[in-house]
Design a protein around this ligand. Sequence first.
Ligand code: TXA
Ligand code: MG
Length: 318
Amino acid sequence: MNHTDTTTLIPDAAGLARAAALLARGDLVAFPTETVYGLGADARSGAAVARIFAAKDRPTFNPLIVHLADADAAREYVRWNDMAEVLARAFWPGPLTMVLPLRDGHGIAPLVTAGLDTLAVRVPAHPAARGLLRAFGGPLAAPSANPSGRISPTSAGHVLAGLNGRIAAVLDDGPCAVGLESTIVGLTGDAPVLLRPGGLAAERIEAALGRPLAQRAAAAALTAPGQMESHYAPAAPVRLNAQTANAGEVLLGFGPVTCDLNLSPSGDLQQAAAALFGHLHQLDAQGQPIAVSPIPDHGLGVAINDRLRRAAAPRGAQ
Ligand code: TXA
Ligand code: MG
Protein backbone atom coordinates (compact mmCIF):
# COMPACT_ATOMS: atom_id res chain seq x y z
CA MET A 1 0.00 0.00 0.00
CA ASN A 2 1.41 3.37 -0.99
CA HIS A 3 0.58 6.46 1.02
CA THR A 4 2.14 9.55 -0.40
CA ASP A 5 2.19 11.06 3.06
CA THR A 6 1.24 9.83 6.50
CA THR A 7 -1.66 11.74 8.09
CA THR A 8 -1.08 13.15 11.57
CA LEU A 9 -4.19 12.88 13.75
CA ILE A 10 -4.83 14.20 17.24
CA PRO A 11 -6.57 11.86 19.69
CA ASP A 12 -9.84 13.76 20.07
CA ALA A 13 -13.13 11.99 19.27
CA ALA A 14 -12.88 12.76 15.54
CA GLY A 15 -9.21 11.71 15.34
CA LEU A 16 -9.84 8.45 17.18
CA ALA A 17 -12.86 7.66 14.97
CA ARG A 18 -10.79 8.35 11.84
CA ALA A 19 -7.94 6.16 13.14
CA ALA A 20 -10.37 3.34 14.01
CA ALA A 21 -11.92 3.53 10.52
CA LEU A 22 -8.47 3.25 8.89
CA LEU A 23 -7.67 0.22 11.05
CA ALA A 24 -11.04 -1.38 10.23
CA ARG A 25 -10.22 -1.26 6.52
CA GLY A 26 -6.83 -2.87 7.07
CA ASP A 27 -4.58 0.19 7.15
CA LEU A 28 -1.76 0.85 9.62
CA VAL A 29 -2.02 3.52 12.32
CA ALA A 30 0.78 4.40 14.73
CA PHE A 31 -0.40 5.36 18.21
CA PRO A 32 1.17 6.44 21.50
CA THR A 33 1.41 4.10 24.46
CA GLU A 34 3.06 4.92 27.79
CA THR A 35 6.10 2.85 26.69
CA VAL A 36 6.80 3.70 23.03
CA TYR A 37 4.69 4.44 19.93
CA GLY A 38 3.15 1.27 18.49
CA LEU A 39 2.34 0.48 14.85
CA GLY A 40 -1.19 -0.89 15.01
CA ALA A 41 -3.10 -3.23 12.71
CA ASP A 42 -6.22 -5.38 13.14
CA ALA A 43 -4.78 -8.54 14.73
CA ARG A 44 -7.54 -10.67 13.15
CA SER A 45 -6.58 -9.71 9.59
CA GLY A 46 -3.59 -11.48 8.04
CA ALA A 47 -3.47 -8.89 5.25
CA ALA A 48 -3.38 -5.97 7.71
CA VAL A 49 -0.72 -7.64 9.88
CA ALA A 50 1.38 -8.41 6.79
CA ARG A 51 1.49 -4.65 6.12
CA ILE A 52 3.22 -4.17 9.50
CA PHE A 53 6.04 -6.47 8.49
CA ALA A 54 6.31 -4.77 5.09
CA ALA A 55 6.31 -1.23 6.54
CA LYS A 56 8.98 -2.14 9.13
CA ASP A 57 11.02 -4.53 6.95
CA ARG A 58 10.65 -6.89 9.90
CA PRO A 59 11.66 -10.57 9.76
CA THR A 60 8.37 -12.45 9.70
CA PHE A 61 9.42 -14.94 12.37
CA ASN A 62 9.30 -12.20 15.00
CA PRO A 63 5.88 -12.39 16.73
CA LEU A 64 3.83 -9.32 17.73
CA ILE A 65 2.16 -8.14 20.94
CA VAL A 66 -1.64 -7.86 20.85
CA HIS A 67 -3.04 -4.77 22.59
CA LEU A 68 -6.43 -4.97 24.28
CA ALA A 69 -8.80 -2.67 26.13
CA ASP A 70 -8.87 -4.68 29.37
CA ALA A 71 -8.17 -8.06 30.98
CA ASP A 72 -11.60 -9.38 29.99
CA ALA A 73 -10.71 -8.83 26.35
CA ALA A 74 -7.38 -10.64 26.90
CA ARG A 75 -9.18 -13.67 28.33
CA GLU A 76 -11.01 -14.10 25.01
CA TYR A 77 -7.74 -14.90 23.28
CA VAL A 78 -5.50 -16.67 25.83
CA ARG A 79 -5.85 -19.38 28.46
CA TRP A 80 -5.80 -17.38 31.69
CA ASN A 81 -4.18 -18.59 34.93
CA ASP A 82 -3.66 -17.47 38.54
CA MET A 83 -0.35 -15.72 37.91
CA ALA A 84 -1.89 -13.78 35.01
CA GLU A 85 -4.75 -12.72 37.27
CA VAL A 86 -2.37 -11.46 39.97
CA LEU A 87 -0.24 -9.52 37.48
CA ALA A 88 -3.21 -8.08 35.58
CA ARG A 89 -4.70 -6.79 38.82
CA ALA A 90 -1.39 -5.31 39.95
CA PHE A 91 -0.07 -3.82 36.70
CA TRP A 92 -2.76 -3.46 34.00
CA PRO A 93 -3.26 -1.09 32.41
CA GLY A 94 0.50 -0.55 32.21
CA PRO A 95 3.90 -1.48 30.75
CA LEU A 96 3.56 -5.27 31.23
CA THR A 97 3.11 -7.88 28.48
CA MET A 98 2.18 -11.46 29.35
CA VAL A 99 2.77 -14.46 27.09
CA LEU A 100 0.07 -17.11 27.58
CA PRO A 101 -1.22 -20.16 25.65
CA LEU A 102 -3.58 -19.30 22.79
CA ARG A 103 -7.21 -20.34 23.23
CA ASP A 104 -8.99 -22.51 20.68
CA GLY A 105 -10.99 -20.44 18.19
CA HIS A 106 -9.02 -17.29 19.08
CA GLY A 107 -9.32 -15.75 15.62
CA ILE A 108 -5.90 -14.06 15.77
CA ALA A 109 -4.06 -14.08 12.41
CA PRO A 110 -1.26 -16.71 12.45
CA LEU A 111 1.25 -14.10 11.29
CA VAL A 112 0.85 -12.32 14.66
CA THR A 113 2.23 -15.28 16.61
CA ALA A 114 4.67 -16.38 13.89
CA GLY A 115 3.22 -19.85 14.22
CA LEU A 116 3.75 -20.13 18.00
CA ASP A 117 0.90 -21.55 20.13
CA THR A 118 1.27 -18.68 22.59
CA LEU A 119 0.20 -15.04 22.40
CA ALA A 120 1.72 -11.90 23.92
CA VAL A 121 -1.06 -9.69 25.37
CA ARG A 122 -0.91 -6.22 26.89
CA VAL A 123 -3.37 -3.60 28.13
CA PRO A 124 -1.72 -0.19 27.65
CA ALA A 125 -2.41 2.69 30.06
CA HIS A 126 -2.02 5.66 27.70
CA PRO A 127 -5.39 7.47 27.30
CA ALA A 128 -4.99 7.75 23.51
CA ALA A 129 -4.20 4.02 23.20
CA ARG A 130 -7.20 3.19 25.36
CA GLY A 131 -9.40 5.55 23.37
CA LEU A 132 -8.26 3.96 20.12
CA LEU A 133 -8.87 0.42 21.42
CA ARG A 134 -12.37 1.42 22.49
CA ALA A 135 -13.15 3.14 19.18
CA PHE A 136 -11.77 0.20 17.17
CA GLY A 137 -13.41 -2.42 19.38
CA GLY A 138 -10.97 -5.24 18.63
CA PRO A 139 -7.43 -6.56 19.20
CA LEU A 140 -4.57 -4.48 17.79
CA ALA A 141 -1.28 -6.12 16.89
CA ALA A 142 1.41 -3.51 17.41
CA PRO A 143 5.19 -3.64 17.41
CA SER A 144 7.15 -0.50 18.11
CA ALA A 145 6.57 1.95 15.23
CA ASN A 146 10.13 2.03 13.87
CA PRO A 147 11.89 0.37 10.93
CA SER A 148 13.13 -3.03 12.12
CA GLY A 149 16.40 -2.84 14.02
CA ARG A 150 16.30 0.94 14.53
CA ILE A 151 15.75 2.96 17.70
CA SER A 152 12.20 2.74 19.08
CA PRO A 153 10.02 5.89 18.73
CA THR A 154 8.96 7.88 21.79
CA SER A 155 7.34 10.73 19.82
CA ALA A 156 5.22 11.09 16.68
CA GLY A 157 8.22 12.86 15.11
CA HIS A 158 10.34 9.73 15.58
CA VAL A 159 7.57 7.65 13.95
CA LEU A 160 7.44 9.94 10.91
CA ALA A 161 11.23 10.06 10.63
CA GLY A 162 11.25 6.29 10.11
CA LEU A 163 7.90 5.46 8.51
CA ASN A 164 6.47 8.57 6.78
CA GLY A 165 4.70 7.48 3.59
CA ARG A 166 4.70 3.82 4.66
CA ILE A 167 1.71 3.99 7.05
CA ALA A 168 -1.73 5.62 6.81
CA ALA A 169 -1.65 7.75 9.95
CA VAL A 170 -0.01 8.54 13.27
CA LEU A 171 -1.93 9.65 16.35
CA ASP A 172 0.20 12.37 17.94
CA ASP A 173 -0.09 12.79 21.68
CA GLY A 174 3.38 13.97 22.62
CA PRO A 175 6.27 12.08 24.19
CA CYS A 176 5.91 8.69 25.94
CA ALA A 177 6.17 8.82 29.74
CA VAL A 178 7.91 5.47 30.35
CA GLY A 179 10.11 5.47 27.25
CA LEU A 180 11.12 1.79 27.30
CA GLU A 181 9.12 -1.09 25.80
CA SER A 182 6.98 -3.18 28.12
CA THR A 183 8.44 -5.89 30.32
CA ILE A 184 7.52 -9.32 28.88
CA VAL A 185 6.79 -12.22 31.23
CA GLY A 186 6.21 -15.77 29.99
CA LEU A 187 3.43 -17.56 31.88
CA THR A 188 3.15 -20.74 29.82
CA GLY A 189 4.89 -23.11 32.23
CA ASP A 190 5.08 -23.68 35.99
CA ALA A 191 7.62 -20.93 36.58
CA PRO A 192 7.15 -17.34 35.40
CA VAL A 193 9.96 -16.28 33.04
CA LEU A 194 11.36 -12.82 32.33
CA LEU A 195 11.44 -12.81 28.50
CA ARG A 196 12.39 -9.14 28.10
CA PRO A 197 13.29 -6.54 30.74
CA GLY A 198 11.33 -3.33 30.17
CA GLY A 199 9.40 -0.42 31.58
CA LEU A 200 8.14 -2.31 34.63
CA ALA A 201 11.02 -3.33 36.93
CA ALA A 202 11.32 -7.12 37.37
CA GLU A 203 11.60 -6.64 41.14
CA ARG A 204 8.03 -5.28 41.22
CA ILE A 205 6.70 -8.29 39.32
CA GLU A 206 8.51 -10.66 41.67
CA ALA A 207 7.08 -8.84 44.69
CA ALA A 208 3.54 -9.13 43.30
CA LEU A 209 3.93 -12.83 42.53
CA GLY A 210 5.83 -13.56 45.74
CA ARG A 211 8.42 -15.57 43.80
CA PRO A 212 11.44 -14.93 41.59
CA LEU A 213 11.23 -14.73 37.81
CA ALA A 214 13.23 -17.36 35.95
CA GLN A 215 15.66 -15.95 33.40
CA ARG A 216 14.95 -16.77 29.80
CA ALA A 217 17.18 -19.61 28.53
CA ALA A 218 19.67 -18.41 25.92
CA ALA A 219 18.65 -21.32 23.67
CA ALA A 220 15.07 -20.02 23.51
CA ALA A 221 16.11 -17.16 21.20
CA LEU A 222 13.38 -17.84 18.69
CA THR A 223 10.56 -17.61 21.22
CA ALA A 224 11.53 -13.99 21.89
CA PRO A 225 13.40 -12.79 18.83
CA GLY A 226 13.40 -9.24 20.20
CA GLN A 227 16.28 -10.66 22.18
CA MET A 228 18.35 -10.83 19.00
CA GLU A 229 21.58 -8.90 19.15
CA SER A 230 21.79 -5.65 17.15
CA HIS A 231 18.42 -4.01 17.76
CA TYR A 232 17.53 -0.44 18.72
CA ALA A 233 20.64 0.55 16.79
CA PRO A 234 21.69 4.10 15.92
CA ALA A 235 23.67 4.48 12.69
CA ALA A 236 26.82 5.55 14.57
CA PRO A 237 28.88 3.17 16.77
CA VAL A 238 28.03 3.11 20.48
CA ARG A 239 30.58 2.55 23.31
CA LEU A 240 29.29 1.64 26.78
CA ASN A 241 30.52 2.30 30.34
CA ALA A 242 32.50 5.35 29.26
CA GLN A 243 33.78 7.68 31.99
CA THR A 244 34.59 10.38 29.42
CA ALA A 245 34.25 10.86 25.66
CA ASN A 246 37.22 10.09 23.42
CA ALA A 247 38.15 12.54 20.66
CA GLY A 248 35.34 12.70 18.08
CA GLU A 249 32.76 11.04 20.34
CA VAL A 250 29.67 12.60 21.87
CA LEU A 251 28.92 11.59 25.47
CA LEU A 252 25.47 10.46 26.60
CA GLY A 253 25.74 11.00 30.34
CA PHE A 254 24.04 9.73 33.47
CA GLY A 255 24.41 11.47 36.83
CA PRO A 256 26.55 14.54 37.54
CA VAL A 257 28.95 14.34 34.60
CA THR A 258 30.01 16.81 31.91
CA CYS A 259 28.47 15.56 28.68
CA ASP A 260 26.63 16.45 25.46
CA LEU A 261 23.24 15.11 26.58
CA ASN A 262 22.31 13.75 30.01
CA LEU A 263 19.78 10.94 30.64
CA SER A 264 19.32 12.16 34.20
CA PRO A 265 21.70 14.64 35.87
CA SER A 266 20.35 13.55 39.27
CA GLY A 267 20.85 9.85 38.49
CA ASP A 268 17.14 8.97 38.41
CA LEU A 269 16.51 5.72 36.49
CA GLN A 270 12.88 6.49 35.65
CA GLN A 271 13.86 9.84 34.15
CA ALA A 272 16.71 8.13 32.27
CA ALA A 273 14.35 5.48 30.83
CA ALA A 274 11.95 8.14 29.57
CA ALA A 275 14.81 10.07 27.92
CA LEU A 276 16.81 7.13 26.49
CA PHE A 277 15.42 6.67 22.97
CA GLY A 278 14.83 10.39 22.39
CA HIS A 279 18.44 11.18 23.32
CA LEU A 280 19.73 8.34 21.12
CA HIS A 281 17.64 9.66 18.20
CA GLN A 282 19.07 13.14 18.77
CA LEU A 283 22.71 12.04 19.05
CA ASP A 284 22.25 9.65 16.11
CA ALA A 285 21.23 12.63 13.97
CA GLN A 286 24.64 14.22 14.68
CA GLY A 287 26.31 11.18 13.10
CA GLN A 288 29.27 10.99 15.52
CA PRO A 289 30.22 7.90 17.56
CA ILE A 290 28.34 7.81 20.89
CA ALA A 291 29.92 7.06 24.28
CA VAL A 292 27.57 6.29 27.20
CA SER A 293 28.11 6.66 30.96
CA PRO A 294 27.72 3.56 33.17
CA ILE A 295 24.11 2.94 34.30
CA PRO A 296 23.37 1.07 37.57
CA ASP A 297 22.08 -2.44 36.80
CA HIS A 298 18.99 -2.61 39.02
CA GLY A 299 15.33 -1.64 38.66
CA LEU A 300 14.72 0.10 35.32
CA GLY A 301 18.51 0.19 34.84
CA VAL A 302 18.36 -3.49 33.79
CA ALA A 303 16.15 -2.65 30.80
CA ILE A 304 18.16 0.51 29.98
CA ASN A 305 21.39 -1.53 29.93
CA ASP A 306 19.69 -4.22 27.83
CA ARG A 307 18.72 -1.63 25.18
CA LEU A 308 22.16 0.00 25.31
CA ARG A 309 23.92 -3.35 24.79
CA ARG A 310 21.78 -3.91 21.70
CA ALA A 311 22.52 -0.40 20.45
CA ALA A 312 26.25 -1.19 20.84
CA ALA A 313 26.13 -4.72 19.36
CA PRO A 314 27.90 -5.40 16.05
CA ARG A 315 25.61 -4.51 13.13
CA GLY A 316 24.12 -7.14 10.88
CA ALA A 317 23.65 -9.44 13.88
CA GLN A 318 19.92 -9.30 13.32
O1 TXA B 1 5.98 -1.59 24.95
C1 TXA B 1 5.86 -2.42 24.07
O2 TXA B 1 5.86 -3.64 24.29
C2 TXA B 1 5.67 -1.91 22.63
C3 TXA B 1 4.37 -1.14 22.58
C4 TXA B 1 4.02 -0.70 21.19
O3 TXA B 1 3.34 -1.90 23.15
N1 TXA B 1 5.70 -2.97 21.69
C5 TXA B 1 6.84 -3.66 21.39
O4 TXA B 1 6.67 -4.59 20.39
O5 TXA B 1 7.89 -3.48 21.93
P1 TXA B 1 7.86 -5.24 19.61
O6 TXA B 1 7.23 -5.97 18.46
O7 TXA B 1 8.88 -4.25 19.24
O8 TXA B 1 8.41 -6.32 20.59
C6 TXA B 1 7.62 -7.46 20.87
C7 TXA B 1 8.42 -8.51 21.55
C8 TXA B 1 9.39 -9.18 20.62
O9 TXA B 1 10.63 -9.35 21.29
C9 TXA B 1 8.73 -10.52 20.36
O10 TXA B 1 9.63 -11.50 20.04
C10 TXA B 1 8.03 -10.77 21.68
O11 TXA B 1 7.51 -9.52 22.01
N2 TXA B 1 6.89 -11.69 21.55
C11 TXA B 1 5.73 -11.49 20.91
N3 TXA B 1 4.95 -12.58 20.95
C12 TXA B 1 5.61 -13.50 21.67
C13 TXA B 1 5.35 -14.84 22.07
N4 TXA B 1 4.22 -15.45 21.74
N5 TXA B 1 6.30 -15.47 22.80
C14 TXA B 1 7.43 -14.85 23.14
N6 TXA B 1 7.76 -13.59 22.78
C15 TXA B 1 6.87 -12.92 22.05
MG1 MG C 1 10.59 -3.07 18.69
